[in-house]
Design a protein around this ligand. Structure first.
Ligand code: 13P
Length: 253
């Protein structure tokens, strides 16, 4: 079985001191043998990237950011570029999280620009897609996710898809305690895989990692990981609790 990717999205949580505490607990608690089954990634806020990077040196835990800007540099107050993330030690970057789409005006077009910039700089993108509760209830959820994937990948070549990760995160499951069930997750993974197959080919669809995100915790992770097509998880709240995060990793069979 291929390795899963277990990613913690810390969102806007933890100052530098709190980040140090969490990372120390993770590095102590995640034994070397766990890495046979998965890669582990943490995505702290920008202010904690450097300290996290230095604490992770010599460990197998990887580092990612939660956002980037598509321009190289310049007068973009409050933004952070791909090269800045690289210099802070990032290997991955989350792009198009629903919270950014919902609260910060992220559109399919800006998501696409960010993906291009990340790939140009050899940062591995984790593209987030997912439908709202209303879209699910209206029965348009498959189309919504398919369109999000297509728009995000406009102009991206098959070669660039090599290290690509897509996280299916239904908006109604994020932070609500209501995770999608196995049938819902595998159905959406199939849609995402088929969309990649249609845009590129079956090889690209097979090599793509598809994560699930939305209320993953150490009680439901085993079932989620055994769901068809799930290559790992993007975890919010539970990634801030070291015991919970480590138990999620341990639940991979
Ligand atoms: P929760 O795990 O807190 O539901 O958040 C999921 C998420 O948004 C990860 O990106």
């Amino acid at each position: 079985m291929r390795k899963k990717l277990i990613a913690g999205n810390w969102k806007m949580n933890l100052n530098i001191t709190d980040s140090e505490v969490l990372i120390k607990k993770l590095t102590e608690g995640i034994h070397d043998s766990y890495f046979d089954k998965c890669d582990v990634l943490v995505c702290p806020p920008f202010t904690s990237l450097m300290v996290t990077h230095s604490l992770l040196r010599g460990t197998k835990i990887k580092l990612g950011a939660q956002n980037l800007h598509w321009e190289k540099d310049g007068a973009y107050t409050g933004e952070v570029s791909a090269t800045m993330l690289l210099s802070a030690g990032c290997e991955y970057v989350i792009i198009g999280h629903s919270e950014r789409r919902q609260y910060f005006g992220e559109t399919d077009e800006t998501v696409n620009k960010k993906i291009k910039k990340a790939l140009e700089n050899n940062l591995k993108p984790i593209l987030c897609v997912g439908e709202s509760l209303q879209q699910r209830e209206e029965g348009i959820f498959k189309l919504v996710v398919e369109n999000q994937v297509k728009a995000a990948l406009e102009g991206i070549t098959k070669e660039q898809m090599k290290d690509f990760v897509i996280a299916y995160e239904p908006v109604w499951a994020i932070g609500t305690g209501l995770n999608a069930n196995s049938d819902q997750i595998s159905e959406m993974n199939m849609i995402i895989g088929d969309t990649i197959g249609e845009l590129y080919d079956s090889e690209a669809a097979v090599s793509l990692l598809i994560l699930y995100g939305g209320s993953v915790n150490d009680k439901n992770s085993e079932e989620i990981f055994s769901t068809c097509g799930v290559d790992g998880a993007l975890i919010g709240g539970a990634s801030l609790k070291p015991e919970n995060f480590i138990n999620i990793i341990k639940s991979i069979k």
